[in-house]
Ligand binder design. Structure first.
Ligand code: UD1
Length: 419
């Protein structure tokens, strides 16, 4: 197990550069398989999700170099091989291999991504979409097989604008004969980045970033490259850390237009920040105005920033609320923030009230998932004394060089490996 140990209470001053977006790169890496001989991906974050996907590509017989944040993927000898569960269960996003291998080979066989405990339901939109494009799907125990004699373009109406389903179906539809419309598509900035890569590989996709994406299929794939967009969730996390502990803390290399819902929340709190071309500088205030935030699909407030935000809301003068509308159970951080002296009541599984202002105390806590872990890091940066965050692997899945980046602005932070 890994632990992150933080001795909090020191102000954060200086610059944190933002890495490439995790939620983009986890799709871009599988998509590279479509290139006939090689693909280049720049600004690739060195996180454990990247490493897991590269292991999967190696099983598929890709030759890969990864230097200076650039991935060079040689696909000349790719073989359509079964991906074992030990790998595909490490991250849910391994399901992008389904759309990609279906597009490339009309056939994919893999262990069910994300583990049996979540069942098939959370990927029903992906599977229904593959079916309407002309694939048949069989599942046995832990294995899923998707095959087709040839995909055919169609109209797909998503029940909810799922990020994963939008991407997976966009990928598969590049191989389908004729035109596919994905209606009620997700509009996250990562979708635009991914459509751009597919177009660089020869696809004909329009409308990415709007409600309807149109794919004119039957692509003859070519080699191509892409640069990963900045990670808006990583940026948001450090901005929120700055709201608690910043003293002229600059978050650089951001795309401001992808963070407007966070800026709106910061404005309502009356946070003390300034925006420049591609950076933001923030200095903490002792207390803030309480706010009410509801997470929703992009461009609404991102569910992935709700947990980091909860830590900052402890500094509001009064009661703030966060209502979660995307995930059913995203409260893994709450008992640990409470252990660290936050005053949070859970009204139902979707809504928490944070009663402030309170001051964090150092404790031993545990990261139940990636963003819950991020909220604990923020709390620990503010708590005087040493906080130990167990199960820190979750945090390292999504934050490149978090220890180096925070140390670089004055935090006392290290990672421990324990038995
Ligand atoms: C992506 C992000 C994740 C973020 C989430 C919502 C990646 C790798 N992960 O996850 O960080 O929290 O978007 O912004 O990009 N749903 C179904 N059936 C499906 C698919 C989804 O019912 O087939 C539901 C989910 O249970 C959830 C909602 O749709 O309630 C949104 O899920 P989705 O947008 O698909 O999330 P992910 O793509 O998994």
């Amino acid at each position: 197990m890994k632990q992150i140990i933080i001795e909090g209470g020191t102000p954060l001053t200086g610059k944190i550069p933002i890495s490439g977006a995790k939620n983009s790169v986890v799709a871009l890496i599988p998509i590279a398989l479509l290139a006939p001989s090689h693909a280049l991906i720049e600004n690739v974050p060195n996180i454990s999700d990247t490493a897991s996907l590269l292991e999967m590509l190696k099983i598929l017989n890709c030759h890969i170099t990864y230097e200076n944040e650039t991935l060079n993927i040689d696909t000349t000898e790719v073989k359509n091989t079964f991906i074992p569960g030990e790998l595909s269960k490490r991250l849910r996003a391994s399901y992008y291999l389904m759309g990609t291998l279906l597009a490339k080979y009309n056939y994919v066989e893999m262990s069910i991504p994300g583990g049996c405990n979540i069942g098939l339901r959370p990927i029903d939109l992906h599977l229904d979409g593959f079916k309407s494009l002309g694939a048949t799907i069989t599942t046995t125990d832990d294995k899923i097989t998707i095959k087709t004699d040839g995909l055919v373009g169609t109209d797909i109406n998503l029940r909810v604008p799922s990020v994963g389903a939008t991407i997976n179906l966009m990928i598969a539809a590049t191989a389908a004969i004729g035109i596919t419309h994905i209606n009620n598509a997700a509009k996250e900035p990562e979708i635009i980045n991914i459509a751009e890569f597919l177009n660089n590989l020869g696809a004909n996709i329009t409308g990415a970033g709007t409600d309807t994406i149109t794919i004119n299929g039957k692509t003859t794939y070519q080699n191509g490259k892409i640069s990963v967009i900045p990670d808006r969730i990583e940026a948001g996390t450090y901005i929120l850390a700055g709201a608690l502990m910043g003293n002229n803390l600059t978050i650089s290399g951001i795309k401001k237009e992808n963070l407007t819902s966070l800026f709106h929340a910061l404005d309502e709190m009356q946070a003390n920040y300034t925006l420049n071309d591609d950076s933001l500088t923030i200095t903490k205030k002792e207390t803030y105005n309480p706010i009410n935030v509801t997470t929703t699909f992009y461009p609404g407030f991102p569910t992935d920033l709700a947990q980091p935000l909860a830590s900052v809301l402890t500094r509001c003068n009064g009661t703030s609320t966060i209502t979660e509308t995307i995930w059913e159970n995203r409260l893994g951080h709450v008992p640990y923030l409470v252990k660290m002296n936050a005053n949070i009541s859970v009204e139902n599984k979707e809504k928490i009230s944070v009663h402030g202002p309170t001051i964090f105390l150092n404790k031993e806590v545990e990261a139940s998932d990636l963003r819950a872990g991020a909220s604990l890091v923020i709390a620990a940066l503010a708590a005087k004394g040493i906080t130990t965050i167990n199960a820190a692997e979750h945090i390292l899945r999504g934050y490149e060089n978090i220890v180096e980046k925070l140390s670089g602005v004055g935090a006392k932070i290290k990672v421990n490996e324990i038995e």
